[in-house]
Ligand binder design. Structure first.
Ligand SMILES: NC(=O)c1ccc[n+]([C@@H]2O[C@H](COP(=O)([O-])OP(=O)(O)OC[C@H]3O[C@@H](n4cnc5c(N)ncnc54)[C@H](O)[C@@H]3O)[C@@H](O)[C@H]2O)c1
Length: 256
């Protein structure tokens, strides 16, 4: 379990759901992980769990409070990361997520558009802008953005979220070309429905949605660990020539 030994990773939204599962897997694989989250309680708890997973394999975890939509906050969190662990190799732009207020364009409040764009898209842009110079200084590394299958197929009823995740898929390809000369690989994961606490809560409030969605998932609905395992691969040197890709982890939901 040392696929990320010697690497330093910054995971936004690392306090919950997929981010927490990824923090645990990264630490288990020997990485020094910064759990960057706006929620201090969730972030501290996640960092403590990741430290447990690290056991004696060289991994470690530390919580830094960070709002990915605020430049001062992001700059301070990255500076603290480098001060604590010496460098930055892996940036996982994970913070984001749809909200029940989202819907078709004619029905969604403008505020929901700006919320989704600010958190998912601007947050990814800003953390990349601040993080990339640190990764270049480290001699290269990996960026893992968080897109969604809504960037790859029509999914009616989530238009603000869809726009943001589509933008992240496009940005992933451009950044892969721009930063390849600096040996930075840039990929995105495109999960389908993944049963984090937030998503479970949303599904619980929508009738038989879980059963309906599960019917299009060949191998069952996703769990955070499934996405975290893909993140480990993309962060590791095993993915040496994988860049610019938007990779579905979707139980086959996009193929039929
Ligand atoms: N769960 C799914 O079904 C699913 C599917 C496709 C894509 N995704 C994407 O995966 C990512 C993680 O989703 P999740 O379900 O684990 O979410 P989650 O809500 O369980 O966790 C998100 C974390 O981000 C933190 N956060 C929120 N705003 C923040 C901010 N401004 N700055 C820093 N941290 C902030 C929250 O405190 C929380 O800990 C998101 O980008 C989401 O869009 C999730």
């Amino acid at each position: 379990m040392s696929r990320l030994k010697g690497k330093v990773a910054f995971i936004t939204g690392g306090g919950g759901g997929i981010g927490r599962a990824t923090a645990e897997r990264f630490a288990e694989e020997g990485a020094k992980v910064v759990v960057a989250d706006i929620d201090s309680t969730a972030g501290e708890t996640s960092a403590a769990a990741a430290r447990q997973c690290a056991a004696n394999g060289g991994g470690d975890a530390h919580f830094v409070r960070c709002d990915v939509t605020d430049r001062t906050s992001v700059e301070a969190a990255m500076t603290e990361t480098v001060a604590r662990f010496g460098k930055l190799d892996i940036l996982h732009n994970n913070a984001g997520g749809a909200q029940p207020a989202d819907g078709p364009v004619t029905e969604t409040p403008d505020e929901e558009f700006w919320r989704a764009i600010k958190l998912d898209l601007y947050g990814t842009f800003l953390c990349s802008k601040v993080g990339i110079p640190h990764i270049i200084k480290a001699g290269g590394g990996a960026i893992i953005n968080m897109s969604s299958i809504v960037a790859l197929m029509a999914l009616p009823g989530r238009d603000c979220y869809t726009m943001a995740k589509g933008g992240i898929a496009a940005l992933t390809r451009s950044m892969a070309v721009e930063y390849a000369p600096h040996k930075i690989r840039v990929n995105a994961i495109a999960p389908s429905v993944t049963l984090t606490d937030r998503v479970k809560k949303m599904l619980d409030g929508s009738g038989n949605a879980t059963e309906r969605i599960a019917a299009s998932h060949l191998l069952g609905l996703g769990q955070p660990i499934h996405i975290a395992n893909m993140a480990v691969y993309l962060a590791s040197d095993e993915a040496a020539i994988t860049t610019g890709q938007v990779i579905p982890v979707d139980s086959g939901a996009t193929i039929w």
